[in-house]
Design a binder for this molecule. Structure first.
Ligand code: UD1
Length: 417
């Protein structure tokens, strides 16, 4: 069992280019399926979730190769439309293939395991949107069998909640539907704007991403295209929170500062100095972070649920009190128990967690999910003594070379086999 061993208390200093966004690259790779041609995705992060996605594409018959940061997907020879349970279990977000497969082949088959580390993970909104576009979906236990026997038709879809995945699935499927689709109540995340950009490069006609109404003119003939994945705003938030916890000065490039507004506002309120220099985001943290106004997670442009654990970890080792309200997922406080083992004072009641900052100490702790794992690393960087973090497979789903990057910034972190 591999683990990180971290000696806390060393400030972080230096510059880094932020990896490509995990939450963008997965739908982009699914979108590559739509066009019977070759697409090249640049700035593709080296993550286990990306490898799992590439395995699915290969299994569906695509020719897939990787050279450094660029992945080539030739979706011309696609021969299948079923994703085996083993690969679905490896990565739940592969439900994004439903819309793309329906659009490209008129059918899709996959098994969807209901819950995950964050609690129940329903896909009712995805299925309702695809049904509006003409998909017939049979649910047999955990398996879904989708066909578009009567053909896919553009439709007006209203999402009752701005689900990121349902928005992406509907956009992908609508590209293969005849006529115009309007998607109201859509999620507004920057990753959806990135998906729109790529779809348009493939020859689709999509507009409105970034607002709550997206329009897709479907049925156009698509071709391969090249695209560079946007920077990962959650990875960027992680490096900034790490700097907040450990102190120091870091400069990030390759991420759109505007996509981090709510996170930056929290870090500034907590006492860090943040400078937006256009293409570079610089943060200086010279004293322990202070408690801040309540943090409510919400769909974009609200505070991202994916940054909740990471900010909480940074504030847990600071001073003063902060209330967190997690509105997006049911079980997103699993890191709290582990942070407590490091001396954190965090009281959880339902959706709320009250953090009272105080010095943390090293401990052996276990990641239980991707961002919760990153939060433990953030806490360890600011803690006294040695922390061992296990459960690295969670962290590798979303962070490329985490230990190498932190070492470059001056952290004392070792990967133990
Ligand atoms: C995406 C992100 C994830 C992030 C989340 C919220 C990817 C690969 N993952 O996940 O990192 O934490 O957005 O910003 O991009 N819901 C339903 N029914 C549905 C779909 C969702 O009830 O059919 C609920 C979910 O249970 C959850 C909430 O809506 O409570 C938000 O989920 P959603 O926006 O769909 O998140 P994901 O797309 O799964």
């Amino acid at each position: 069992m591999s683990m990180y061993e971290i000696q806390g208390g060393r400030p972080l200093n230096g510059r880094l280019r932020v990896q490509g966004a995990k939450n963008s690259v997965l739908p982009l790779l699914a979108a590559a399926l739509l066009a019977p041609g070759q697409s090249v995705i640049h700035h593709c992060p080296d993550l286990s979730d990306v490898s799992a996605t590439l395995d699915i594409l290969a299994l569906l018959g695509c020719r897939v190769s990787r050279e450094g940061e660029s992945v080539t997907v030739d979706a011309a020879p696609i021969s299948g439309s079923a994703i085996p349970e083993r690969l679905m279990r490896e990565m739940r977000s592969s439900v994004i293939f439903l819309g793309a497969l329906l659009a490209r082949t008129g059918c899709a088959k996959l098994c969807y395991p209901g819950g995950c580390e964050l609690g129940p993970r329903p896909i009712d909104l995805h299925l309702a949107a695809l049904r509006r576009l003409g998909a017939e979906i049979r649910e047999e236990g955990e398996c879904l069998s989708c066909t578009a026997g009567g053909g896919l038709r553009g439709a007006h879809i209203r999402l009752p909640f701005p689900s990121v995945g349902a928005t992406e699935n509907a956009m992908l499927c609508a590209c293969g539907a005849q006529g115009v689709t309007t998607l109201a109540g859509a999620a507004r995340e920057p990753e959806i704007v990135d998906l729109q950009r790529f779809l348009n490069k493939l020859g689709a006609r999509v507009s409105g991403a970034g607002t709550s109404v997206i329009t897709i003119e479907g049925g156009r003939s698509l071709h391969g295209a090249e695209h560079t994945v946007m920077g990962d705003r959650i990875a960027a938030a992680t490096w900034l929170c790490a700097c907040g916890a450990a102190g120091g000065e870091v400069a990030l490039t390759g991420v759109e500062p505007g996509s981090l507004d709510t996170v930056l506002a929290c870090l500034e309120q907590a006492g860090a100095r943040v400078e937006n220099r256009g293409t570079q985001l610089r943060m200086v943290s010279t004293k322990p972070l202070q408690g801040i106004q309540p943090v409510h997670t919400a769909p974009y442009p609200g505070f991202p649920t994916d940054a909740q654990a990471i900010l909480m970890a940074a504030l847990a080792g600071g001073r003063g009190q902060t209330l967190f309200v997690e509105n997006m997922f049911q079980s997103r406080y699993r890191h709290v128990e582990e942070l407590r083992r490091m001396g954190a004072d965090i009281q959880v009641r339902g959706r709320c967690a009250v953090v009272t900052g105080r010095p943390l100490h090293g401990q052996r702790v276990r990641s239980t999910d991707l961002r919760g794992g990153a939060a433990l690393v953030v806490a360890a960087l600011g803690a006294r003594g040695t922390t061992q973090v296990t459960g690295l497979s969670h962290i590798r789903r979303g962070y490329e070379n985490l230990e190498g990057i932190l070492r470059e910034l001056g952290a004392d972190i070792r990967l133990l086999p």
